[in-house]
Write a protein that binds this ligand. Structure first.
Ligand SMILES: *[C@@H]1O[C@H](CO)[C@@H](O)[C@H](O)[C@H]1NC(C)=O
Ligand SMILES: *[C@@H]1O[C@H](CO)[C@@H](O)[C@H](O)[C@H]1NC(C)=O
Ligand SMILES: *[C@@H]1O[C@H](CO)[C@@H](O)[C@H](O)[C@H]1NC(C)=O
Ligand SMILES: *[C@@H]1O[C@H](CO)[C@@H](O)[C@H](O)[C@H]1NC(C)=O
Length: 305
């Protein structure tokens, strides 16, 4: 009887039946070094990334930047996805990069085994993904530090996983109104992606943008892995207010939620679990309190570690 039940649940897992869904997803969000460290304040996470995931039904665990590879491995087998936020640290050598690489390598290996583990990169996180996939720094300087833009969708968006469930009117708004906030000096030129074998064969380009000089890649999904990146900031529209160019229109705010719903939906396909309720409770971001920084920073609230 037991082995029959086991067999049935394995079949469910394999064929992604409605029963094979994790309705309690927990997503890791990478911390990164603060610019001027103080005692007990060496790393941070902007609270908007946490709210973004929570709004779509996930809980969040902070991924600290100083853990051992063994600790990252244990954490990986406890969570259902990982998000690399934007920010300002090195994508070649930093604690953020080290943690991102650990989770990227574990995710590739897991997905190859059929253990579906999604990865999301926003802004710096997008650039980090490009570096991890190509092993090269291929970015170009662009005039894009503080501007909202419409997305220039590619033909490939039609068959994409990311935008499949987006309402047609929101797709029209995204392609005609400046709903995506860009805060980056560096971008991956479309030409740089298409002339790099690793990137070209790994990522499907879903949208591009242009700063007037350089056409750059703004949204990607990997062909064969649940790995996603946006050079723009889906989390800011609903949750950040300290810059005048962050769009807050109804369509802009809906964009935040549809992107979050998509990624959290991907995390519901993963079945990693903490070994115990106690360990889960201890790891959750609820153990930390965000502080208000809106007056002096680009973020309304941040978590400091
Ligand atoms: C840093 O945190 C530890 C543990 O929470 C605490 O014991 C210590 O007093 C803190 N140090 C400072 C300078 O706040
Ligand atoms: C950068 O873009 C802004 C518009 O977003 C424009 O006003 C400005 O002139 C541009 N700067 C350069 C150096 O091209
Ligand atoms: C959108 O991308 C296409 C293909 O690269 C390009 O021909 C077109 O000029 C772009 N449109 C805008 C508004 O940037
Ligand atoms: C890593 O950072 C956290 C949070 O600042 C701290 O509590 C912990 O002691 C650090 N661990 C190591 C091994 O440095």
């Amino acid at each position: 009887m037991f082995s029959l039940l086991l067999f049935i649940s394995l079949i469910n897992l394999l064929f992604c039946s409605p029963a094979a869904r994790n309705d309690e997803p927990i997503i890791g969000v990478l911390a990164q070094e603060v610019f001027s460290p103080k005692p007990n304040q060496t790393a941070y996470i902007a609270a908007s990334y946490v709210k973004f995931l929570e709004a779509a039904g996930a809980r969040v665990v902070p991924v600290m930047i100083n853990m051992t590879m063994e600790e990252y491995k244990t954490l990986f087998s406890s969570i259902n996805g990982v998000l690399y936020p934007g920010g300002g640290v090195s994508i070649i050598s930093s604690g953020y990069q080290r943690a991102a690489k650990a989770f990227y390598d574990l995710a590739i290996e897991a997905n190859k085994r059929g253990d579906y583990f999604p990865v999301w990169g926003t802004c710096l996180g997008f650039e980090q993904l490009m570096y991890l996939t190509s092993g090269k720094s291929l970015l170009s300087f662009t005039n894009t530090s503080g501007i909202a833009l419409p997305l220039n969708f590619t033909e490939d968006v039609k068959g994409s996983r990311m935008f499949k469930a987006f309402p047609p009117e929101l797709m029209r708004a995204l392609s005609s109104e400046p709903l995506t906030e860009n805060s980056h000096h560096w971008s991956l030129a479309t030409l740089a992606l298409y002339t790099n074998e690793e990137l070209k064969s790994f990522y499907r380009v879903l949208s591009t943008n242009n700063d007037g000089n350089v056409e750059f890649v703004s949204t990607v999904e990997a062909y064969n892995y649940p790995i996603y990146g946006t050079q723009w900031h889906p989390e800011k529209n609903a949750f950040e207010w300290s810059r005048p160019y962050i769009p807050h229109s109804p369509s802009a705010v809906r964009t935040t939620f549809h992107m979050a719903e998509f990624f959290v939906g991907e995390a519901r396909k993963n079945f990693h679990k903490f070994p115990s309720k106690e360990e889960e409770d201890k790891a959750l971001i609820y153990n930390y309190n965000p502080v208000y920084t809106g007056a002096e920073s680009a973020f309304e609230q941040i978590y400091l570690f």
